[in-house]
Ligand binder design. Structure first.
Ligand SMILES: O=C[C@H](O)[C@H](O)COP(=O)(O)O
Ligand SMILES: C=C(OP(=O)(O)O)C(=O)O
Length: 717
């Protein structure tokens, strides 16, 4: 027994993996037995690391046999440990490795039910999570997407926002995540924001509990708020954790985006050497140099990358940027091109990937569920998966089958309550993920009709202090918490100068009724790497939202601060995932079938296909009374259940408690506010929200039953 695993007997097997497979993690002493049992002995790790292992274990129960004849609903691997449980230990598992930095392999279920150990070289800095959509059971996909979104949102709020050029059957998502998961905490270097430093340091000591507790120091002599631009670079810096990279022979190659939308694969230079210029030969992007993945996607070379100055600053920067995702379509053996819409914003939005994962999980749930029903459904499921990422139909078509639910609070004014709400919502979201993709609206900026509290970013103390530096840091912490809770986050983008601080943590955005006519907001939306919904005007006018969608789907340039705070000319490629949000208006509600149909006609006339209508059941559709949301939601449910192929999603304003409460900054004492109750729009309480979610999920299911045509034709009708 390897001395390093001497206390192996203290732990029960947590999961069975093929021979030689190990669990990669940090803070866990992991030994893999020759026959494939993996024991986990947690020593000095963080709670969520152990939870992560359990998460894997829950979905790979040992000793369950797999027979190729039964429909693959859950993959498990039969592995028998040695009687004596001797542990040869894998790389990095030797007792000598005191730093608990374990190399490992992740066992990935394959279509034949066996596992494929995905290689990572010893001491490799990355763990590869391979998400294979159609061949996994839901649980495995859930496990991996849960791991992925947790890892991403926690350590790497970065992801490559992708534009899909080809239909595909299987979503394979290769994401590289840092070795120091959960152990290296950002050292907040935010100038003028000592509080954020405390947040992150507290999070570091508290391990997985994270920390959105807002400890408001009374007499903190905070240094003056730094210039927002300076804040951004230090914010982003502290989010890019220092990576340790011991491997001498990592062949990691990076897909580096360029302004012309192509990717340049580059050899990740050794840490010790000076960064080599990014090579431009047509390269196969291979992960860890392992051949089996090298054909996953190939990059076409072209002119030198101009827009990533930091990519040349150091190998570390390059390594940090090593986030790539690959989709392979089995049907036509075609590889797809990654088409980042805007290289300067190529590294964004961990929840963009997390959203893809939750969509993938939802699709895989659908796939598994559908597969058990009939061949047609099998077609539908592949149609679903294909539809999911078919650029032709835009991001929203896939929601037709899943239904987007954007559960939202009027606005975020208390990070602690927001985090509590997120965890409650996550539970419901998981239950309903086969039908609804639930995102949490996290409005950090509040547009006002005239005056009033303008949101956490502007006034985090709810006192009129307008401490924007702290507001931005707190806003990021809230988004990280929501991501870490496993929910994609949705925001309204109000101040274009604030957008760069948050967009990498946001999976869905809206432009509000007060800014839908604004050319500046339309240009902002054109470069954002996530679906953007345009609210109709407060008057009720819909055309302004349709015009905004047209404008934002076109390529355009705009001035925007970059990570170093300098203004740069952003070349936005145009946002293909734009749509309209019916939020009612001065002329009354517009959630009814006639209004929805009218909106679809106006979008069609403007050249948009697919389903691109979301109904906001609040605001003008509820008369700003929370009960009014129920009526609106019920109408949406009726339309969806009747087979409407137009409604792609809906929004409600919801919080822990029903209603809202007055807040007059500088007059109302924050401590007097009722916990869990909105300080802006009236919200439904969580129970009422849950009932509505169940009703709407049932409507989505009913729609599927009704849709006699193949799924994708229905989406177009
Ligand atoms: O949801 C938020 C409100 O609709 C928005 O902030 C406007 O509120 P007001 O009209 O009270 O300013
Ligand atoms: C301000 C909001 O909506 P609208 O722009 O539709 O008023 C909101 O959703 O918080």
């Amino acid at each position: 027994m390897d001395s390093g695993c001497s206390d192996i007997h203290k732990w029960t097997p947590v999961c069975s993996l093929p021979k030689g497979a190990q669990i990669f993690t940090n803070g866990l002493r992991v030994c893999s037995l020759p026959k494939g049992h993996v024991f986990a002995n947690r020593r000095g790790g963080t709670e969520h690391t152990a939870r992560r292992i359990k998460l894997i274990a829950a979905h790979y129960p040992p000793k369950q046999s797999y027979s190729s004849s039964s429909p693959p609903t859950q993959r498990s691997y039969v592995g028998e440990p040695d009687a004596e449980g001797s542990c040869r230990g894998g790389r990095g598992c030797s007792g000598v490795n005191k730093k608990l930095r374990m190399s490992a392999r992740l066992a990935i279920p394959k279509t034949d039910g066996q596992f494929r150990a995905v290689r990572s070289d010893g001491c490799s800095i990355y763990e590869t999570l391979l998400l294979r959509l159609e061949t996994y059971g839901t649980l495995a996909a859930q496990t991996l997407s849960g791991l992925l979104s947790e890892a991403l949102s926690e350590v790497f709020p970065l992801s490559l926002r992708l534009r899909y050029g080809y239909k595909l059957r299987v979503l394979e998502l290769f994401v590289l995540s840092a070795q120091c998961l959960g152990s290296v905490r950002p050292k907040c270097r935010l100038s003028g924001c000592d509080e954020a430093a405390r947040h992150w340091q507290a999070a570091g000591t508290e391990g997985s509990k994270g920390s959105s507790e807002t400890t408001r120091p009374q007499n903190e002599n905070r240094s003056p708020v730094a210039k927002p631009a300076e804040n951004l670079s230090s914010l982003l810096q502290e989010q890019r954790l220092p990576l340790t990279h011991n491997s001498r022979n990592s062949k990691l190659r990076l897909g580096i985006g360029r302004s012309d939308g192509q990717l340049t694969a580059s050899e990740a230079p050794r840490l010790r050497s000076e960064p080599k210029p990014i090579s431009h030969s047509p390269l196969k992007l291979s992960l860890f140099g392992s051949e089996e993945t090298s054909d996953i996607f190939s990059c076409t070379a072209s002119t030198k990358s101009r827009h990533l100055p930091h990519a040349r600053t150091s190998p570390r920067a390059l390594l940090r940027l090593s986030l790539g995702a690959a989709l392979a379509s089995i049907q036509n053996q075609r590889r797809w091109r990654i088409q980042p819409r805007d290289s300067s914003s190529i590294f964004k939005c961990s929840t963009g990937i997390a959203t893809i994962c939750s969509l993938a999980t939802a699709c895989s749930t659908r796939c598994v569920a559908l597969r058990t029903r009939a061949t047609r459904l099998q077609v539908c499921s592949s149609g679903l998966c294909t539809g999911f990422l078919s650029a032709a139909d835009g991001f929203f078509t896939e929601f037709l089958e899943i239904g987007l639910k954007d559960s939202q609070q009027g606005s975020i004014h208390d990070p602690v309550a927001a985090r509590e709400y997120a965890h409650l919502l996550r539970e419901v979201a998981t239950k309903l993920q086969g039908d609804l993709l639930v995102m949490m609206r996290t409005y950090l900026e509040k547009p006002r009709t005239s005056v009033g509290w303008r949101g956490l970013v502007s006034d985090p103390d709810l006192s009129g202090s307008e401490d924007m530096g702290r507001g931005i840091a707190l806003g990021r912490r809230v988004l990280l918490d929501i991501n870490a809770a496993g929910l994609p986050a949705a925001v309204e983008f109000l101040d274009p100068m604030v957008a760069p601080y948050f967009e990498d943590l946001v999976a869905y955005g809206s432009i509000g009724a007060r800014t839908v006519e604004s050319p500046t907001h339309r240009a902002l939306a054109a470069g954002l790497q996530m679906p953007i919904g345009f609210k109709n005007a407060r008057s009720g006018d819909l055309q302004s939202a349709v015009n905004a969608a047209v404008a934002s789907s076109a390529a355009q340039k705009r001035l925007s601060p970059d990570a170093s705070g300098r203004l740069r000319l952003q070349q936005a490629q145009g946002n293909p995932d734009v749509h309209v949000i019916l939020r009612g208006g001065e002329e009354g509600p517009n959630y009814g079938n006639a209004s929805v149909t009218f909106a679809a006609q106006r979008l069609q006339a403007a050249g948009f296909g697919g389903s691109r209508v979301i109904v906001d059941c609040s605001h003008g559709n509820s008369g700003k009374h929370q009960e009014g949301q129920i009526t609106a939601c019920e109408s949406v449910a009726e339309q969806v259940a009747a087979g409407s192929s137009v409604i792609g999603g809906f929004m409600i304003e919801s919080f822990l408690e029903a209603g809202n409460q007055p807040l007059e900054p500088g007059v109302t004492k924050p401590s007097d506010l009722r916990y869990g109750c909105s300080v802006t729009d009236a919200c439904l309480d969580f129970n009422a929200t849950q009932d509505l979610l169940l009703e709407l999920a049932a409507a989505v299911t009913a729609r599927r039953e009704r849709n006699t045509k193949p799924w994708r034709e229905a989406a177009k009708s």
